[in-house]
Ligand binder design. Structure first.
Ligand SMILES: [Ca+2]
Ligand SMILES: [Ca+2]
Ligand SMILES: [Ca+2]
Ligand SMILES: [Ca+2]
Length: 485
């Protein structure tokens, strides 16, 4: 099979000699401001940018300190420059890049970034902001939680300033002990001022909060996945969307999982929330280990909020851990009308035990896809085709308005670089950038450090990006940050 591969190992190798948090400035003279920025543009040059997380990246003595690679866009998707980004103070085992989220956190129109390091600070975790600028991303505020945490930075999400609310960042800490219950989990909400600095003290939220249904129990993993959106209550007030895939809902089995919506979270007032589980999600029979909420994607588009939630442990047609996804929408009165997205329709017919459909999710709107709202579903544990390549993985790309045009994308597709390899987990992460789908292949067999496929949504050829080859152990493509939802 023909193979196209671009590497920027020289660029990465040169930058790896520098210490501390940094980004190389653009080689060309940058724009003076981000006034002409595109949709997802860290440096304001009018070309979309994205980030690739590698939480296991090792450099020097900093084993698995983690690194994020920034792709500054070029003339075509995937044809830009790769520049490494690290924490100011790399710590061995920190897992910098385990979670990444893009968003507009100040008013300068340069896209900004939040990166979580859940095992930094001896397991307490750490998260920090990087602010976009015409010179590229620069270190911003460290997000200081108001109490002792555990795995703070496991998940991160952002929201731009609204009419009523400041820009905000939410950070999940799913393995945190709450009132003596280990791994019950908590999330932290940070409001930001117009310069992108933290305004006031962060608010801690756990499942014992009066605005949420249920209670904190050992192993809930509340905060595993998070988002901020406009779902219900006051239209301009942000609502918190948070999953707890280890939740044991009564009668539904251990680790059935669920997700919740807390209304108008910045107001602090007790208000109506939502709790979605097997009893109301219409995703199938209750399945112990269904892990509803393992993955979560959110999009605001044309006055509608879309929330997609994965249950990769869902039993389907008697096949254990085949996995399913639920899609819900709100036009302001709360989430409703759940519909199932799965394999036995939309041109993806092969349901097998252990596929774990929905392990990763991404949503994008018409401005990004040029073709309406689309959902990307990662199926990294499935081996498409003959079964000779277990867990090679694939991605289901579903246009929500025309599901008969769905695509199955894997490394067997002649236009995707490389051959499928067993256990390479194509699709463990997915994201969109304008005009392209980003697909992480963190366990790529032909490129053991991991790789990323940039697959244009139009007719252009895909491009494969790979990390610096000198790393000992990497997970390049484990997480992705593209156009904000
Ligand atoms: Ca750019
Ligand atoms: Ca900004
Ligand atoms: Ca609970
Ligand atoms: Ca609201």
């Amino acid at each position: 099979m023909k193979r196209r591969r671009l590497t920027w190992a020289g660029v990465l190798g040169g930058c790896a000699l520098l210490g501390g948090a940094f980004l190389m400035p653009p080689q060309q003279a940058g724009a003076a401001s981000c006034d002409q920025a595109s949709r997802a543009d860290f440096d304001g040059d009018g070309k979309d940018d994205f980030v690739v997380g590698d939480a296991k990246a090792t450099f020097g003595d900093a084993v698995s300190a983690g690194q994020v690679t920034v792709h500054y866009g070029g003339d075509r998707p995937g044809r830009g420059r790769l520049v490494p980004l690290r924490d100011d103070e790399p710590q061995a085992g920190a897992g910098f890049g385990h979670a990444v989220a893009t968003g507009h956190l100040n008013g300068d129109k340069c896209l900004d970034l939040v990166v979580g390091s859940p095992w930094a600070e001896e397991g307490a975790g750490r998260a920090r902001i990087f602010l976009g600028s015409p010179q590229g991303l620069r270190s911003g505020a460290v997000l200081e939680p108001p109490r002792t945490t555990r795995t703070f930075g496991w998940s991160v999400a952002t929201a731009a300033k609204t009419g009523a609310d400041r820009a905000a960042v939410v950070v999940g800490a799913p393995y945190e002990e709450v009132a003596g219950r280990p791994s019950a989990g908590a999330v932290y909400l940070f409001s930001l001022d117009d310069q992108g600095a933290v305004a006031g003290r962060a608010a801690a939220v756990d499942q014992d909060d009066d605005r949420l249904t249920g209670v904190s129990e050992a192993g809930d993993l509340f905060g595993w996945a998070v988002a901020l959106g406009k779902i219900r209550g006051e239209a301009e007030r942000l609502d918190l969307i948070v999953s707890e895939p280890g939740e044991d809902v009564e009668g539904q089995g251990e680790d059935a999982g669920s997700f919740s919506v807390a209304e108008d979270i910045t107001t602090g007032r007790v208000s109506e929330g939502e709790h979605w589980h097997y009893g109301n999600l219409e995703i199938g029979d209750p399945t112990p280990g269904g892990n509803i909420g393992w993955s979560l994607a959110h999009l605001e588009e044309g006055g509608t909020s879309y929330v997609a939630v994965g249950a990769p442990g869902q039993t389907v047609d008697g096949k254990e851990r085949a996995g399913r996804v639920a899609l819900l929408t709100s036009t302001g009165a709360g989430l409703g009308s759940p519909q199932v997205i799965e394999q036995n329709r939309d041109k993806a017919p092969y349901i097998e035990a252990g596929d774990r459909y929905g392990r990763s999710l991404a949503l994008a709107g018409d401005g990004v896809t040029g073709d309406g709202v689309q959902l990307a579903v990662g199926v990294p544990h499935d081996g498409p085709g003959t079964g000779s390549t277990p867990e090679s993985g694939w991605v289901h790309l579903v246009p929500l308005a025309q599901r008969d045009r769905a695509l199955l994308i894997d490394a067997l597709n002649s236009d995707v670089p490389g051959d499928p390899g067993a256990y390479e987990h194509f699709g463990r992460s997915v994201a969109f950038t304008t005009g392209a789908l980003l697909i992480g292949v963190p366990d790529d067999r032909s490129r053991p450090g991991g790789s990323l496929i940039v697959r244009p949504l139009g007719d252009e050829d895909p491009v494969q990006l790979v990390p610096d080859s000198e790393y000992d152990e990497t997970d390049f493509g484990g997480t992705l940050g593209g156009a904000p939802g």
